[in-house]
Design a protein around this ligand. Structure first.
Ligand code: SF4
Length: 189
C-alpha cells in the first residue's frame, strides 16, 4: 500500500443498507481492518468488529506510525516518561525517537478529526492505545497511558467517542459506543 497518500481517505462503506441515512464516520486502526501496517509487517484483523461497526458507520482506516513515515516494517517502539513529557523511542534502539514525527502527523489530522464521529483503536499500542499503552518510568515501574495519537485526540477533541477493540468485544459496550457516537453527532449539529 502506498502510504504517501494519507490512508485516512480510503473509506470503507457501511455493509448494511439500513445504516446509510445518518451514517457516521469512524476512524479505525488500519491493522484492525486487516491492513498489514504493523511494525512487523502483519495485521490484527478483527473481522467481527469490522462487520459490527460497518452496520452503522463508514470506516476510515488510519495508522499513525505508518502515516508518520516510520515505515512497514519498522523498529518496534514504546513509551517512556521523561520529566513532564512522554517520549516514544525504539525498543531495541532507545536513540530512535519518532516522537516529533508522530506528533506532527497527529496535528495534520485535525481536519479529519473534525469530520468524524469517533475512533476505534488498537489496544495497548504506543500510538493507538486508549489508556492501555505501557509507559516505562525511570525507576523501572510500568504503568499505562494513552498512545500518542490518543493523547492528541483527547487534548484537542474532548468528547470525541473512542473505544478499543477489546472493549467492543462486549456486545453491551458496542451498543453503548454506538449510542455515544450518534449522540456526539447530534451535539455537533
Ligand atoms: S496499532 Fe495503530 S500504529 Fe500500530 S499498526 Fe495498528 S494502526 Fe498502526
Amino acid at each position: 500500500m502506498d502510504w504517501s497518500v494519507p490512508p485516512a481517505w480510503r473509506p470503507r462503506r457501511p455493509t448494511s443498507s439500513d445504516a446509510v441515512d445518518e451514517c457516521p464516520r469512524l476512524l479505525l486502526s488500519a491493522c484492525l481492518l486487516g491492513q498489514a501496517v504493523r511494525y512487523d509487517g502483519g495485521h490484527k484483523h478483527a473481522p467481527e468488529l469490522v462487520e459490527a461497526l460497518g452496520r452503522f458507520a463508514e470506516l476510515i482506516p488510519l495508522c499513525p506510525e505508518a502515516g508518520a513515515g516510520l515505515g512497514i516494517p519498522r523498529p518496534p517502539v514504546d513509551l517512556h516518561r521523561e520529566g513532564d513529557r512522554v517520549r516514544m523511542c525504539g525498543v531495541d534502539d532507545p536513540a530512535f525517537d519518532p516522537t516529533d514525527a508522530l506528533t506532527d502527523w497527529c496535528r495534520q489530522q485535525a481536519a479529519l478529526l473534525e469530520a468524524v464521529g469517533g475512533c476505534v483503536l488498537k489496544a495497548r499500542s504506543p500510538s493507538c492505545g486508549i489508556g492501555s499503552a505501557p509507559l516505562h518510568h525511570p525507576d523501572g515501574r510500568e504503568t499505562s497511558t494513552d498512545g500518542l495519537f490518543v493523547a492528541y485526540v483527547r487534548a484537542n477533541f474532548p468528547g470525541l467517542p473512542m473505544a478499543d477493540e477489546e472493549t467492543l468485544r462486549d456486545p453491551v459496550q458496542l451498543v453503548g459506543f454506538r449510542e455515544w457516537v450518534f449522540s456526539y453527532a447530534k451535539r455537533e449539529e
